[in-house]
Design a protein around this ligand. Structure first.
Ligand code: 5GP
Ligand code: ZN
Length: 125
């Protein structure tokens, strides 16, 4: 499926367009970084590509530069938030079965407390 530049009824597209409020920590021509409204860890940021992709499943080979850029922005934001050395997790939920609730691709950057060796930030029910 081709990505849309802007999707109606998408909260993250609205935040990127600044028609919905959010705490924006960083932005460039390719992505916007916001604080989540429901942090799982003391530092919990979301990296949003400006273009609407429903999930990582919509990425193709032509998106490799954007994919790499978002990863480097995760590293940059970790440095800015002073969690580079204490440790942080970068995660993407892909699909409802993996816990994705907002269907505009985003990377989570989680840190600010010990998270242990597992991948989960909360216990499975
Ligand atoms: P997902 O579960 O899709 O991987 O992550 C969705 C993330 O978006 C969660 O951290 C959730 O709290 C956050 N979120 C959902 N709606 C909003 C919103 O309106 N504003 C902000 N800043 N974060 C949101
Ligand atoms: Zn969107």
């Amino acid at each position: 499926m081709q990505p849309e530049s802007v999707m109606t009824n998408c909260i993250f597209c609205d935040i990127i367009a600044k028609t919905a409020p959010a705490e924006i920590l960083y932005e460039d021509e390719q992505c916007v970084v916001i604080k989540t409204i429901q942090p799982l860890t003391p530092i919990h940021l979301l990296i949003l590509p400006r273009i609407h992709y429903s999930s990582l499943n919509d990425f193709t080979d032509s998106d490799s530069e954007l994919a790499g850029h978002m990863l480097l922005i995760a590293k940059l934001m970790a440095s800015r938030m002073n969690i580079s050395d204490s440790g942080y997790r970068v995660a993407i939920n892909v699909g409802a079965g993996a816990g994705q609730t907002v269907f505009h691709l985003h990377l989570h950057v989680l840190g600010g407390r010990p998270m242990g060796a597992g991948l989960m930030t909360e216990r499975l029910g």
